[in-house]
Each structure stands twice: as structure tokens, then as C-alpha cells.
Design a binder for this molecule. Structure first.
Ligand code: A3P
Length: 265
């Protein structure tokens, strides 16, 4: 068995690999082939975002909705197990496709992929999509700090350098501008609820109501308040099942920059 030092050397900061012109984390690029045969189910729900736009926040909100506000059920496993991350792959950790094998319906799924790379089955099955967009400036800052702490990414270099690359679409998952636009355009032909991080910050209760309506579900006023409270930045920051502190330090080093960093606009 490899020592943890060998694992570090093996997984640490490989260069991005382009798939159909989109730069991806090396291990994620390797999944693009197998992922195309992924079979979506009509009752799946896809959480789609450009990275650092509030994916984890929305995932926890949706999980709480699916569990009827039951905190104990939401503490059963880390968020990346409760909401499988389709294209995730890293040596020594179960991949998204592996995690999916143990995930019962109705499934919540997560992806950051641009439309051109998502499995066709998600479109064919008319799987409902909840998309969250966040303003580009906050995404760029958050992404820079995440690159520094998450060792699956290349070294981000200086901020000036990273910002140039971000604006040029030369970061993992490519262009923010194209991502927010193409998923917006998908809503013309596909069931997409398009939300904004800034709206969630301003009035989470209003946004949760929008989600419930989109899902055709209803919850009591009390349960909605409970969800708002449990999914606040402060609560999620201290929740090990939401804050990624269960990931090995070799992969994510929270002492460099915590996953739950600031959570502001
Ligand atoms: P910052 O780095 O600006 O703090 P993602 O989950 O898409 O990777 O996004 C991570 C960003 O969402 C981080 O932004 C993180 O702090 C923020 N975030 C996570 N949970 C949040 C919450 N409950 N409320 C507000 N922001 C949250």
C-alpha cells in the first residue's frame, strides 16, 4: 500500500486536461468517457453550478427538503455522499459513479460540467435542474482560495495571474461567462430553476419557496424556517457533514483556506 506521502505526490496538483476544449482536473477528465453512459432516472434532480457559486449550500437545502427537515437524516453522511458529484474522481476516494451505485431514488445529483459535457441521458429523461449563479467577482476570489487549498488543482500562482486565466476561461470547467449563459438558455427547452447566490443571501426563505414550487412539494412554515436556520453559513461552517472537513488533508487543506471561507457577497 502506498504511504500517504506517495499518495500526495501521486495526486498533487496535476495540470488540467482539456476535454472538448474545456480544461478539467486530470482525474475528472478521465471520467468523461464512462460518464457518457450514465443512466438518468426521471425523478433525479440535478444541481448544476459553476464552481464556488453556492453548490454545497443549495445541496444542503435540497437534502433537507428531501428529508422533510429531519436533521438526523441529514447528518447520516457527508454532503458529497448524500449528493453524488457526477464527474468526481480522485485516487483512493470513491468516485461519483461509484457513490451513485449505493444511492437510492429519488436522487440528488451534482455537476459543474458545461452543457456540452453532461451525459445525454439527463436531457433525454428531462431531469429537473436547479442552477445557481453567483457574480463573477466573488466566484473568482472564492475559486482562487479554493485552488490554493484543494490539491487536485494546479498551483493558482499570483492573484493577478489567476484572474487573467479566469477571465480567459483557462481555469477548471472553463469560462464562467459561457457557463452561466448556456444553462440560462437551456431553460427555454428544459425544466430549469435558475437561482442566484445573491438572492439566496438576501432572502433564503423566498428562494426555498421557489424551490418547493418547482419540485411540486410543500412543507410547513415551521419546517421551512428550520431549513433556513440549519443551512445558514454559520451552521454549515461548523457542520462536519457539510463543511468538507472529512476529506483527507492531502486533498483539501483547510488551514490554507477553509472550504466555508466567508460566504458573503
Ligand atoms: P466563499 O469562498 O466566498 O466564502 P461551492 O459550494 O459552489 O463550492 O461554493 C462555495 C462558496 O459558497 C464559498 O464561498 C462558501 O463559503 C459559500 N457557502 C457555503 N455554504 C454557504 C452558506 N450556507 N451560506 C452562504 N455561503 C455559503
Amino acid at each position: 500500500t502506498p504511504s500517504s506521502m506517495e499518495l500526495v505526490q501521486d495526486t498533487s496538483r496535476p495540470p488540467l486536461v482539456k476535454v472538448k476544449g474545456v480544461p478539467l482536473i486530470k482525474y475528472f477528465a478521465e471520467v468523461m468517457g464512462p460518464l457518457q453512459s450514465f443512466q438518468a432516472w426521471p425523478d433525479d434532480l440535478l444541481i448544476s453550478t459553476y464552481p464556488k457559486s453556492g453548490t454545497t449550500w443549495l445541496s444542503e437545502i435540497l437534502e433537507m427538503i428531501y428529508q422533510g427537515g429531519d436533521l438526523e437524516k441529514c447528518h447520516r453522511a457527508p454532503i458529497y455522499i448524500r449528493v453524488p458529484f457526477l464527474e468526481f474522481k480522485c485516487p483512493g476516494v470513491p468516485s461519483g459513479l461509484e457513490t451513485l451505485k449505493d444511492t437510492p431514488a429519488p436522487r440528488l445529483l451534482k455537476t459543474h460540467l458545461p452543457l456540452g459535457l453532461i451525459p445525454q441521458s439527463l436531457l433525454d429523461q428531462k431531469v429537473k435542474v436547479v442552477y445557481v449563479a453567483r457574480n463573477a467577482k466573488d466566484v473568482a476570489v472564492s475559486y482562487y482560495n479554493f485552488y490554493k487549498m484543494a490539491k487536485l488543482y494546479p498551483d493558482p500562482g499570483s492573484w493577478d495571474n489567476f484572474l487573467e486565466k479566469f477571465m480567459d476561461g483557462q481555469v477548471s470547467y472553463g469560462s464562467w461567462y459561457q457557463h452561466v449563459q448556456e444553462w440560462w438558455e437551456l431553460s427555454r427547452t428544459h425544466p430549469v430553476l435558475y437561482l442566484f447566490y445573491e438572492d439566496l443571501k438576501e432572502n433564503p426563505k423566498r428562494e426555498i419557496r421557489k424551490i418547493l414550487e418547482f419540485l411540486g412539494r410543500s412543507l410547513s412554515e415551521e419546517t421551512v424556517d428550520h431549513i433556513v436556520q440549519h443551512t445558514s453559513f454559520e451552521e454549515m461552517k461548523k457542520n462536519p457533514m457539510a463543511n468538507y472537513s472529512t476529506i483527507p488533508t492531502e486533498m483539501m487543506d483547510h488551514s490554507i483556506s477553509p472550504f466555508m471561507r466567508k460566504g458573503v457577497c
